[in-house]
Design a protein around this ligand. Structure first.
Ligand code: HEM
Length: 410
């Protein structure tokens, strides 16, 4: 794809947005040399400096989030027809909606997603963490993604949504398809399989809502239906979209946080030792992990009118890729931004949960889960280390970054 005239440009050989193995050195070059450029591979303007990323997130009137969940790669005609038929094209819970609908629905979802509901989950999260760690504690080694980080957030979000244990495996496999369809690089054949999974999951969410209208439950969809019955303006379809997006929003992102965080803390043994000896350092260590090694390195917006970002003219209707992974290390905001420092005072100024009206609603839950996991890992296996000579692999996609496996020993 051609860059608009006069705009800094990078082709696929210069910037491959699907390769997340170690994007940070390149991000630094972008910030210093081409803070805003046009990516030929994506057809998006890429924004890398802290100030610019935050300004775009803050201005929802000029930069809409409606493209945040649209597929990067065109969906094949067959898969698209199948999804259109089932009403799946353009379906979003909150992050792809705009005011006034976004304001109305977010207010109601925030009531259901209260700190009280999250606090209620805390003892269950701790039980799960202890149970999982105890299973591998005597083995002297573990693969953290498979044995802890993948399942724990899924089980927590299933509790929140009230998905019964028997359905967990199938629902999990359907939900994974959404990541691949939206942010991945799939063949036409694979798209069809994943489109069918997404349809299965969407139908499941609609049934969940219908069932709760007959039998009220003590979970997030149950709360949303109660609020609807009390007169808050939210439709059954909107409640189903919230369930549909929660599972995705709350699972892989938190798996990634636990994986990246455990890896970074073990890769900096002095930090691991510090949190073992002083667990009160854990909350800030989590903010620093989110800053330094974010679960989501990039997120999207579309410009609705002509504007200028970082001195570059952005025409109306342009798509933007905001590099939070780069903004979070911007030296103009974070001293020695490339250094991992769990005692950094402004770690929590990171943009890993977005900023502004779409700021992540699940951030307290994600942090609570990782805090609980770290408290139990440092208590039960304080001598944990990374296994030597591991080659970390990262799934090919534009946004969700964490190693697919993490081998540890003690
Ligand atoms: C480390 C874990 C997580 C990360 C990094 C993360 C990141 C994000 C990001 C980047 C956004 C978009 C912000 C924007 O467009 O300005 C977002 C929105 C959202 N997240 Fe999270 N998230 C995480 C965990 C969760 C969890 C556990 C849940 C729920 C259980 C959740 C629910 C949501 C929802 C509902 C939105 C949409 C909010 C809106 O548009 O008003 N997230 N999150």
């Amino acid at each position: 794809m051609q860059a608009p005239s006069g705009c800094p440009f990078m082709n696929k050989e210069e910037f491959n947005p699907f390769d997340l193995s170690n994007p940070f050195p390149q991000y630094k070059e972008f910030r210093e040399e081409k803070p805003v450029f046009f990516s030929g591979e994506l057809g998006y303007y890429v924004v890398s400096r802290y100030e610019d990323v935050k300004a775009v997130f803050s201005n929802w009137k000029t930069y809409t989030s409606q493209n945040a969940q649209s597929p990067f790669k065109p969906i094949s005609p067959v898969a698209k027809a199948l999804m259109e038929e089932q009403g799946l094209v353009g379906l979003s819970g909150l992050s792809g909606r705009i005011p006034p609908d976004h304001t109305r629905i977010r207010r109601i979802v925030s009531m259901a997603f209260s700190l009280k509901r999250i606090k209620k989950l805390e003892p269950k999260i701790r039980d799960l963490a202890i149970e999982m760690i105890t299973k591998f504690k005597d083995d002297g080694e573990a693969e953290i993604v498979k044995q802890l980080a993948y399942d724990l957030p899924a089980l927590v979000i299933f509790m929140l949504l009230g998905v019964p244990e028997n359905d967990v495996q199938k629902v999990k496999s359907w939900a994974e398809s959404r990541l691949l369809m939206t942010w991945g690089n799939l063949s036409d054949e694979d798209q069809l399989i994943h489109a069918q999974n997404m349809i299965n999951y969407w139908n499941y969410c609609q049934e969940m809502v219908a069932l709760r209208k007959v039998n009220p439950t003590d979970d997030l969809p149950g709360d949303l239906i109660r609020l609807q019955e009390e007169g808050h303006e939210i439709t059954d379809h909107e409640i189903a979209t919230i369930c549909y997006s929660q599972l995705f929003a709350g699972h892989e992102t938190t798996t990634t946080l636990i994986t990246n965080g455990t890896r970074e803390l073990l890769a900096h043994p002095e930090s691991w030792k510090a949190i073992c000896e002083h667990p009160e350092l854990i909350p800030n260590a989590i903010e620093e992990v989110l800053r330094y090694s974010p679960s989501i390195v990039s997120w999207r917006r579309r410009a609705l009118e002509d504007s200028v970002i970082g001195g570059v003219e952005i025409p109306a209707n342009s798509n933007l890729l905001l590099l939070m992974g780069s903004a979070n290390r911007d030296e103009s905001n974070f001293d020695d931004g490339e250094q991992f420092d769990i005692q950094r005072e402004n770690s929590k100024d990171h943009l890993s949960f977005g900023y502004g009206i779409h700021f992540c609603l699940g951030s307290p839950l994600a942090k609570l889960e990782f805090k609980t996991v770290l408290e139990e890992l440092t208590r039960l296996v304080p001598t944990m280390k990374l296994k030597e000579n591991q080659e970390f692999k990262f799934a090919e996609n534009t946004s969700f970054r964490a190693p697919t496996a993490l081998e540890v020993k003690w």
